[in-house]
Write a protein that binds this ligand. Structure first.
Ligand code: KIV
Length: 289
């Protein structure tokens, strides 16, 4: 009997391992709400990341730093109501795992216990190993995240590619090996030169999920709002826009505005009616009132 994947079966961290072994590409997209989670799940994407990119693409912040645990849990709950198949990963926000290990475990646990997530993601390498190990010891799967780690933008000097020197690439590789050894089930590599990402991918037991890290990673992740072209503002070099939603949205909104001004909306087909009999009764009573 062949062990071929069932398209309706819930994706688990075990599926991630299997796909890497089989050389099958993994797919991951972000979602922050119920309808997007439904759409991503229905499309058969392996995994949904409720990323702290929420802060930038939904809440309108300049970066991810202001996002809180309560923000994340609120959006994770909505996503978990919309998806049944994809592996659901909650992104631990800034300061929810950096201060102390116990707090990190407690916060990681809230993603599973209160918000329906299957796993958590956190940023960083050797400096976060204690937190990663403690969360794993509590039985919570962890996805690592190296390269451009947006919660450290002030330390990194902005949103810029990482691992571009031999020294930096070596540190990246060491960190990746440590996260693999610690027991993470996968690793996001963000904004890393493709040759470096491919080499790291080949050295790891666990799958790498690239974003701006070239085609040599085991899988790819994008921010869904970028992929759908939700904004007319700057999009990073590594984004491929598969739709231009902001144009469609503007078109629809302008049409609504025009229809209302010209009294073309609502039409009869959007309107409820009352029978002549009930209308007569009402008018007679209303006159007496
Ligand atoms: O927050 C996020 O959406 C992420 C992805 C870009 C990997 O961390």
């Amino acid at each position: 009997m062949t062990d071929s994947p069932d398209p309706l079966r819930k994706i688990t961290t075990h599926t991630f391992r299997l796909k890497k072994q089989r050389g099958e590409a993994l797919t991951m997209l972000t979602a922050y709400d119920y309808p997007t989670a439904r759409a991503v799940d229905l499309a058969g994407i392996d995994s949904i990341l409720v990323g702290d990119s929420l802060g930038m693409v939904v809440l309108g912040y300049e970066n991810t730093l202001p996002v809180t645990m309560e923000d994340m849990l609120h959006h994770c709950r909505a996503v978990s109501r919309g998806a049944s198949r994809a592996l659901l990963i909650g992104d631990m926000p800034f300061m929810s795992y950096q201060v102390d290990t116990k707090e990190a475990v407690r916060n990681a646990g809230r993603f599973l216990q209160e918000a329906g997530m299957d796993a958590v993601k956190l940023e960083g390498g050797r400096e976060r190993l204690d937190a990663v190990r403690a969360i794993l010891n509590a039985g919570i799967p962890v996805l690592g995240h190296l390269g451009l780690t947006p919660q450290s933008i002030h330390q990194l000097g902005g949103f810029r590619a990482q691992g571009k020197s031999a020294d930096a690439a070596e540190i990246l590789l060491e960190d990746a090996l440590m996260l693999d050894e610690a027991g993470c089930f996968g690793l996001v590599l963000e904004s890393v030169p493709d040759r470096v990402a491919t080499y790291i991918t080949q050295r790891l037991q666990i799958p790498t999920i690239g974003i701006g890290a070239g085609s040599g990673c085991d899988g790819q992740v994008l921010v869904t709002h970028d992929l759908l072209g939700f904004f007319d503002r700057f999009t990073p070099k590594f984004v491929k826009q598969y739709a231009v939603f902001h144009e469609e949205i503007q078109k629809a909104l302008l049409e609504f505005q025009k229809d209302v001004m010209e009294r073309k909306f609502p039409g009869e087909e959007h309107t409820f009616s009352i029978s002549d009999e009930e209308w007569e009764l009402f008018i007679n009573r209303a006159g007496e009132a």
